[in-house]
Design a protein around this ligand. Structure first.
Ligand code: AMP
Length: 225
């Protein structure tokens, strides 16, 4: 515990396909924050076949949320460590009001201020187009899109040369289930942060080059206490 830390947490928030991962890449380049992406943590656990991975994969493949009891300790542990560059960038967490409440408590314990919850508001049409075209590198985690961000050689990762794959939960049926799940549970989180006065809404339908400068500005403004 160290209440003397002056860290802040920026939350990237929005439906699957809103572009959270892509925006996060850019923010991390600019801020050097500690990155906590719960989806990435779970996928890594699945790849390593850990007990967490085995438990999480059933839910993920079905397009459902992994239970709060599983998710909360993972994030608590990461927040208890020192953040880099003055803070934490949260991607994919919190996804339920219970997770958001836990985040508040853990932040307080660890001297972290919740700076901004950036909500990438995205239409269903754009979500389906983005997710169904998404390809990922199973080895290094790089993300592509068959049309928007194609690799130099079709189906091959630019960074490490591995064969690209489609995420199991990016298959059309799972996408629809993930969206239903999102609307059912996660939309309440928006109201939670709106109530706290830290919510900022960004048009997630815009190409990243247009939306990112808006996000960068919000994050910079938040820095002045
Ligand atoms: P993402 O990469 O953020 O789209 O997450 C992929 C999947 O991981 C989600 O559809 C959930 O099944 C699971 N997941 C990631 N983060 C969370 C979370 N905070 N709470 C519950 N499930 C999560």
């Amino acid at each position: 515990m160290s209440g003397s830390r002056d860290n802040r947490a920026i939350i990237l928030f929005g439906p699957p396909g809103a572009g959270k991962g892509t925006q996060a890449d850019r923010l991390l380049r600019d801020l050097g924050f500690e990155y906590i992406a719960t989806g990435d943590i779970l996928r890594e656990a699945i790849a390593k076949k850990t007990p967490l991975g085995r438990r999480a994969s059933e839910y993920m493949n079905a397009g459902q949320l992994v239970p709060d009891e599983v998710m909360i300790p993972i994030v608590e542990e990461r927040l208890a460590k020192e953040g880099r560059g003055g803070g934490f960038l949260l991607d994919g967490f919190p996804r339920t009001v219970r997770q958001a409440e836990m985040l508040d408590k853990a932040a307080e314990r660890n001297g972290i201020r919740i700076g901004r919850a950036i909500y990438l508001k995205t239409s269903r049409e754009v979500i389906v187009q983005r997710l169904s075209g998404r390809r990922v590198c199973p080895k290094c985690g790089a993300t592509y899109h068959v049309r928007n961000i194609p690799p130099k050689v079709q189906g091959v990762c630019d960074r490490c040369g591995s064969e690209l794959a489609q995420r199991e939960d990016d298959q059309e049926q799972a996408i629809v289930r993930r969206l239903v799940e999102y609307e059912k549970q996660t939309a309440d989180v928006i109201n939670y942060y709106r109530g706290k006065g830290v919510l900022a809404e960004i048009d997630g339908d815009l190409p990243v080059d247009e939306s990112y400068p808006q996000i960068a500005r919000l994050v910079a403004e938040d820095h002045s206490p």
